[in-house]
Design a protein around this ligand. Sequence first.
Ligand code: NAD
Length: 502
Amino acid sequence: MDDNVRNYLDHYGVSDATRRFLAKPQKMFIDGAWVDASNGATFDIFEPSTGGLVGRAPSGTTEDLDRAVHAARRQFDGGAWRRLKPLERERLLHRLADLIELHADELAEIEAIDMGKSVTFAREIDIQGTVDTFRYFAGWPSKLHGRTVEPSIPGNYLAYTRKEPLGVVAAIVPWNFPLQTMAWKLAAALAVGCTVIVKPAELTSLSTLRFAELVQEAGIPDGVVNIVTGRGSVIGAAMSTHPGIDKVTFTGSTPVGQEVGRTAVGNLKHVTLELGGKSPVLVLDDADIASAAKAVVNGVFFNSGQVCDAGTRVYVQRSVHDAFLDELVAVTKTLKIAPGLDRDCYIGPLVSAQQKKVVSSYIAAGRREGAELIHGGVSLDRPGHFIEPAIFARCKPEMTIVREEIFGPVLVTDAFDDLDDAVTLANDTPFGLAAAIYSNDLSRVHGLIPRLHAGSIYVNAHSTIDPSMPFGGFKASGFGKDLGPEQLDYLMETKAVWITLP
Ligand code: NAD
C-alpha cells in the first residue's frame, strides 16, 4: 500500500478489520485452499479516490481455472454438496447471509476502497443487497419441484418432471457492483445445487476475496465456491471453452458479452448475458417536477453513473422541458463530490484513470457534435478520477453520446411533443435494459408500459431492485434473468420421466 492510500485510510479512519484484510497478501480461493497463481503472477490494485496502490492480487492462469473446475465438478458429481438435503443447503446459505451481515461495515469499506464508491451507499445498497439476495435464495432449495402429469397417449404411464441443477456454473462479474453482482449469480446457483467458479473484474477483486473467507467460515464444503482472480481475456475467455463448465453467467459490456456468448454457445454451454444499457426516461407534462427531478438525478448519477440501467437519456414533454431542466441542474448542484470513504459522498471518483479518459472523451464528443452542455462535465483538478456530473441539452438521436453507453455521470436530454414521439425516441437504441416514466396519469402510464422495449420499467422511480423481482435486458442488453424465481429456471434442467405402469 502506498503512502497516499495509507494517509487516506487514516484520514477517514477505517476499521481495524479492513486494515488487517488489506495488509494480507491476497490469494485466490480454489478447492478450499488459499493459493497464488500457478506462475506466481500478480496484478496491481489501485484506489480510485487517490489513484494510489492498495496491493496486489494473483493473476490466475488457465491451470488455476482447471483446478477450480475439477474441484467444482467433484462436488457436483456426487460430492458432499450434491448429497446435502435441501434444508441443509438453506441452513448454509442463511449462515452465509448472517456472516455477510455481521461483517457488513468492513465489506462496505473494502468496496469503497477498491471501487471508489460511496461507503454509505456501499453499506446500504451493495452489502445490504448482497445479504438480501442470499436470504431470498436461501429460502428456495426446499421449494424446487417438478410436476406430475396425466398423458393422453395410449397406454398407462406415470409421467413426471424433475428439476435438476445444471452443474458447474462460471460467473464473470463486472466492477461497478462487485459483491452484489457476484451475489446475484452465486446465491441462486448454490440454492439449486450447482457449484460455482467466480471471476471478479480485475479492477475490483477484494470484496469477493473477503467474501470467500466467509464462505469457508459458513462451512460450505471445499470446492463448492471457487474464486479465480485475473484477466478477463485469460480466465473469462477460458471459462467459455472449458469442457468442465456447464453454464456461463456473464455481466459486463455488450461487446465482451457477445464474444463470451458466441464462444460459450459454440461449446454448447448454457449462457446468461446481462449487458450494457442506455435507458430512456420519459417525463410527462403532468409529472410532479420537483420529485421527478430528484429521482431522475438519482437514477442517472448514483454510483457516479456507473450503473448498467442508469436513466441516461431523458426526454421531457415540451411544455415542461425548460422548467424541468432548470430543476435537474439545481438538484445536480447539490450532490457532494467527494472521496468514497467520505460518509457524505454522493459522487465518488470513476473506477480508474482509463474510465475517466473514456468518459471525458464522450463529453468532448457531445460538445463537438453540437449538444449543449448546460452543467458540469469538468475533470476535477485533484488526485483521483473525479469528473463533475454532466448534463447535455438538445441532444439529437444520431449523436454519439445518445447512441453509446458511456458508463459515467453523463446525462443527455431532449424534448418530445406527444407520446408517440416519446416512444419512438425511447426505443431508438440498440439496448433494452430499462426505461422509466414520470407521470401521475395512470392511463397514460399503462398505455406506455407495453410499448417500451426494455426488461425493467420503472414508474416514478428508478433502479428499484429487489431479489424477488427478475432483472435482465432485451435486445443488445442481453438475455436470461438474474433474481426472482425466473433466475432458477436458467440454472436447472428439466428431466421428463416416463414410467410404464401395468
Ligand atoms: P467488461 O465487459 O469489460 O468486463 C466484465 C467482466 O468480463 C470482467 O470480469 C472482465 O474481466 C471480463 N472479461 C473481459 N474480457 C473478457 C473476455 N474476453 N472473455 C471473458 N470475460 C472477459 O465490463 P466492465 O467494464 O467490467 O463493466 C461495465 C459493463 O457492464 C457496462 O457495459 C455495464 O452496462 C455492464 N453491466 C451490466 C449489468 C446488467 O445487469 N445488465 C450490470 C452491471 C454492469
